[in-house]
Write a protein that binds this ligand. Structure first.
Ligand code: SIN
Length: 557
């Protein structure tokens, strides 16, 4: 296997043909790239960020910033601090309970069941999860989990450890060459600092991608394209997501003709560090802090979640985020506090969180961390089957950008890294089956046509105000109008391509939130507080430049 990864000599002209194009370099994308290359495929990874270096201050993937860990049922688990022994059935029950009636049990069970083998492969690739003195994996607990089943690395630096392991595995395979069991054509090449502007479709079949890089347009021909672009946290002024989370994959999929569903379910994490007035990425305070004894209190020291849910501070995320919002409304104080006086050895167990607190000029030793709910995770996404296939032949999606049916209306904490791993592997298997297909020859690379591009601050402000944790028809109508009036222009820079993606993604989120006239999971309508007896998942497509509801995504129970 050959690669020009980890820095130098990336030649766009040489990367004009591949068996698989992976868009995104987080857990789903790199897992798929590694598995596909192990199977002998040539893979091009289009990475919006710079070439990988673990010491960069800001990283492009949400994977890197994941703290809590990977929720996984281990075989032969010993009893934990609870008397309950873990099982796939129990993990599934917790996932469905969090998912508010929209998780697809039939799709979810095999994803959860494939967790341990996928995690084992990750460990073989070098991911170093935290262990006790006997070498057993340590497990923590987060909201909605009935037992300790979340493995972690570097305390709260799980995503960083996984990202490093995946890049190391890419580099090792490059060093091992084709002798590693892969065919002569096996390779992983990175196009860094590049953004995909179009998934090209010819005769109803994917034929590759167009991209923008260093101010020039390029193209890669491929029979299979995997969208692994992560989420869309930058629809909002403040988010736990890195700068690259701009809904790129949602927009690319819609433009290619794929369906999206459940986009109204934007998960607001209950505990994002409160830093007044700051825009962009803010420090996440992992739910594992509550799993280790942290308590949410209002400005007067009263519990935020008492009487709200039997699981208290470890209730599912939507419940806790709404309890925080209520406490903020009732007290008129702009945040609540995470009391960490009961967390043993806080700074050693949570080094990433501690560093973020210090960077904001606060001191973990004060034992009171100011927090607010913050845009964190897109529960819905591009509709896929259980092999990561979308409705467009050859277009796959995995990770946060995809809607497999696992997360429903509210994702269970730490199920996302697991899903990215499992679905990344399945996507690679699909790409292997398509290797013999020859895409139609590409047209010359060219700039996209004019499209709606809203000013980012304007978009984020209207989304933060009108499409927040709690929505109403009036507010959604205001947001819809702002987005509908976005000026049309040809995006010519990475920032403008992102802004176009954010604009289209926002219109899909607003359409979905408007259509759902009930409150469910992460979607709270102040004008429709009730939950319908039967939950339905609606699909949307881009038709003549407009987002239209097209039907229902199946939910098998
Ligand atoms: C956290 O550590 O609280 C975040 C984990 C997740 O979003 O799954």
């Amino acid at each position: 296997m050959t690669t020009s990864t980890h820095g130098l000599g990336r030649d766009a002209a040489a990367a004009d043909r591949a068996d698989l194009v992976v868009v995104g370099a987080g857990i789903a994308g790199l897992t798929a790239a590694l598995c596909a290359a192990e199977g002998g495929l040539s893979v091009v990874v289009v990475n919006k960020g710079p070439s990988w270096r673990p010491d960069r201050g800001e990283q492009p993937t949400s994977t890197f910033y994941a703290q809590g860990g990977v929720a996984v049922v281990m075989p032969e688990v010993r009893p934990t601090d609870s008397d309950v022994t873990d099982s796939i059935d129990l993990h599934l029950a917790d996932t469905l309970a969090a998912g508010g009636g929209l998780s697809d049990a039939v799709a979810s069970r095999p994803i959860l069941a494939d967790g341990w083998s996928s995690v084992s492969a990750l460990i073989e690739w070098g991911a170093d999860f935290d262990r006790d003195a006997d070498g057993e994996l340590l497990r923590t607990r987060e909201g909605g989990h009935s037992v300790r089943r979340i493995i972690h690395a570097g305390g709260d630096a799980t995503g960083a450890a996984i990202q490093r392991a995946l890049h190391d595995a890419v580099a090792q395979r490059a060093g091992a060459g084709a002798g590693a069991g892969a065919g002569a054509g096996a390779s992983i090449r990175f196009l860094d600092d590049a953004i995909v502007t179009e998934v090209r479709v010819c005769d109803d079949q994917v034929s590759g991608v167009s991209y923008l890089r260093n101010g020039g347009w390029g193209a890669v021909d491929a029979p299979t394209v995997l969208l692994a672009t992560g989420g869309a946290g930058h629809l909002y002024a403040a988010t736990t997501n890195p700068a690259g989370a701009t809904g790129d994959g949602i927009a690319l999929a819609l433009q290619a003709g794929a369906q999206v569903a459940d986009l109204e379910f934007i998960q607001f994490h209950p505990t994002m560090l409160y830093t007044p007035g700051a825009r962009g990425r803010r420090t996440l305070i992992s739910e594992a802090v509550r799993g280790e004894g942290g308590r949410l209190v209002d400005v007067y020291g009263r519990s935020v979640t008492d009487g709200v849910h039997p699981m208290g501070d470890l209730a599912p995320r939507d419940v806790v985020a709404n309890a925080v919002e209520t406490a903020i409304e009732l007290t008129g104080h702009p945040c609540v506090y995470l009391d960490i006086s009961g967390v043993h050895d806080f700074e050693r167990r949570f080094p990433t969180v501690s560093a973020g607190i210090r960077a904001a000029g606060l001191d973990p030793a004060d034992h009171r961390i100011p927090v607010v709910p913050g845009a964190h995770y897109l529960c819905g996404g591009v509709v896929t089957d259980d092999e990561a296939r979308t409705a467009v032949d050859g277009l796959l999606a995995a990770g946060e950008v995809a809607r497999t049916g696992l997360h429903g209306a509210n994702r269970l904490a730490s199920n996302s890294l697991l899903e990215g791993l499992v679905m990344g592997r399945r996507a690679a298997a699909v790409a292997l089956g398509r290797r013999a297909l020859r895409p139609a020859t590409a047209a010359a690379p060219q700039a996209p046509g004019p499209m709606p591009v809203l000013d980012r601050d304007l978009l984020q402000d209207v989304m933060s105000r009108r499409v927040a944790l709690r929505r109403s028809a009036d507010g959604l109508a205001v947001a819809a109008e702002v987005v509908a009036n976005a000026p049309r222009r040809v995006p010519r820079t990475v920032r403008e391509v992102e802004d176009a993606a954010l604009t289209l993604t926002a219109s899909a989120v607003i359409a979905a939130a408007t259509a759902r006239t009930e409150s469910r999971g992460a979607h709270v309508r102040t004008d429709f507080p009730q939950t319908a007896e039967v939950g339905e998942s609606h699909t949307f497509r881009l038709v003549d430049g407009e987002i239209r509801e097209t039907g229902f995504a199946g939910i098998a129970v």
